[in-house]
Design a protein around this ligand. Structure first.
Ligand code: HEM
Length: 485
């Protein structure tokens, strides 16, 4: 922990109460100016860092996209430090009703007319029923995780090698792991059925991409040349894309899950859910939460490890190979004994969380504390957290902007409570009483397993990366096979 950090309890008690700085600007125009700064003039990080400087505060008022006409009220109170951010996980204080995507919600027509789990507040009885169903469904399938993912990874490695030996001489990592993420989730939820034998055929990932794009487009930019920025803004953020554009893809996905997810849908009915509602929830969790998360997570993982270079690769390969040898194979237990591998995964989740935003509405008047002041938020106001600023808070982490592979080794594990990618602390568990991701431990496991299988086969690799709308684009440009196993 950064040595300059005062104990949060002692400082917090003496913090002066200040009015929240910042402005929403004129109605209609203010939100449009803000979103132009956010997407085109400044970009995400600069948008926040310039305002932190301007107001000399990590808590301030601002508008968040999309704004008019898609969201009726874009006004938020932004939290940009590790001290205030966790208030968003306190479900007694904040309401999470329809706030998954922020200040707007895509039509429920994207999900068969249902408000699915991720949009439900913890006080809605259906949240507990559906979340419990997912928590149990994952628990019942826990012995499948390792063998299923390992078999999918062997296809991933063949595809990467094919890409490298092909004309372009490089492998498009994103498209390979998109297919792998889709296949993993489909097989996990659908009694190991091959999606190729269903209505979706090989188009499943593309169908989910189309469906996701029309829901999330108001939050994205393709980074067009400056002269087209007004045009893009107008197209993406004036009216929501109608669900009918994704209807035929969604219908096929729904039918594929409905006919293949026999066991899990029976479990849902036993848990008291109607089969139709359960299946729409299943498609959403498989497609939006899980596929959407994993297909972006794996490139981010390989980007940071790729850019760290050969020395780190050597250390990872040594640790992984010696632990696997000692334990006689790749098991959950052997993965637990790989302290460097575990630490690099946490460091990736810290430095570039896949879902960078969280929202919640104040249930009551409440006090929120940054490192140096406290502020009153009024009941009903929208609170917004930009997570990369909380997990790169220099008051908590030394060299917060730097990727330090060993950050969470040994004593470093104490910092895990500041790793927040799952919409909760890494040291907390997902439950029906919170909105933390129920796939949290599975995601960590899959990232570790990916590295383990990779470094059992290869010594090192080189990547080309660039930042794209929802994460990183990664190509593997060279791969060196393992010299020893
Ligand atoms: C890298 C992959 C993943 C990431 C980054 C991720 C991230 C998140 C985040 C940030 C939330 C909270 C959203 C909010 O309310 O603000 C969430 C919720 C959720 N996630 Fe994940 N997730 C991932 C994978 C998964 C997987 C594999 C599953 C299930 C198999 C899953 C199921 C869910 C569900 C059902 C919720 C809603 C929880 C609730 O309403 O209480 N996620 N996830």
């Amino acid at each position: 922990m950064a040595s300059s950090q005062p104990s949060s309890t002692t400082i917090n008690e003496q913090l002066p109460l200040k009015p929240i700085p910042g402005t929403y600007g004129l109605p209609f125009i203010g939100p449009i100016f803000d979103r132009h700064d956010y997407f085109y003039n400044q970009g995400r990080d600069k948008f926040f860092s310039t305002r932190i400087k301007k107001y000399n505060s990590t808590i301030f008022k601002t508008n968040m996209p999309p704004g008019p006409f898609i969201s009726s009220n874009p006004r938020v109170i932004a939290l940009l430090d590790a001290s205030s951010f966790p208030i968003l996980f306190d479900n007694k204080k904040v309401e999470k009703y329809n706030v998954l995507d922020g200040t707007f919600m895509p039509s429920t027509k994207f999900t068969g007319g249902h408000r699915v789990c991720a949009y439900l507040d913890t006080t809605e009885p259906n949240h507990a029923v559906i979340k419990n169903f997912f928590i149990n469904a994952l628990l019942l399938r826990k012995d499948t995780f390792v063998p299923l993912f390992r078999s999918i990874l062997s296809d991933v490695f063949s595809e990467i090698e094919d890409g490298l030996s092909g004309k372009s001489g490089k492998a498009d990592f994103n498209s390979i792991v998109s297919v792998a993420s889709f296949n993993f989730m489909f097989r996990l939820f659908c009694d190991n059925k091959d999606p190729l034998d269903t209505k979706v055929g090989s188009e499943g990932p593309k169908m989910f991409d189309t469906w996701l794009l029309f829901q999330l487009a108001p939050l994205a930019t393709l980074g067009p040349p400056k002269i087209f920025s007004y045009l893009e803004d107008l197209l993406l953020r004036t009216v929501p894309f109608p669900a009918c554009l994704a209807r035929s893809s969604y219908k096929k996905l729904y039918e594929a899950f409905s006919s293949s997810a026999t066991t899990i849908l029976k479990e849902a009915e036993k848990a008291g859910l109607n089969r139709n509602e359960a299946c729409h929830n299943l498609v959403f969790t498989a497609g939006f939460n899980a596929y959407g998360g994993l297909k972006n997570q794996f490139p981010i993982l390989f980007k940071w490890i790729g850019l760290s270079g050969e020395e780190l690769h050597k250390e990872l390969a040594n640790e992984i190979r010696s632990v696997v040898k000692k334990h006689g194979g790749v098991t959950i237990e052997s993965l637990e004994n790989m302290s460097l591998t575990k630490s690099v995964v946490y460091e990736v989740l810290r430095i570039e969380p896949v879902v960078p935003y969280q929202y919640g509405k104040a249930r009551e008047d409440l006090i929120v504390k940054s490192h140096d002041a406290s502020f009153e938020i009024k009941k009903g106001e929208m609170i917004f957290g930009y997570q990369p600023f909380a997990t790169k808070d220099p008051m908590i982490f030394d060299d917060a902007e730097v990727f330090l592979p060993k950050r969470f080794v040994g004593e470093g594990e104490k910092l895990l409570k500041y790793v927040l990618w799952s919409n909760g602390k890494e040291t907390d568990e997902s439950s029906v009483d919170n909105k933390q991701c129920p796939g949290k431990n599975l995601v960590v496991l899959l990232c570790r397993l990916f590295l383990v299988e990779f470094f059992l086969r290869y010594d090192t690799f080189v990547v080309e990366t660039k930042n794209v709308a929802f994460g990183a684009s990664v190509s593997i440009t060279s791969l060196t096979k393992a010299s020893s196993v």
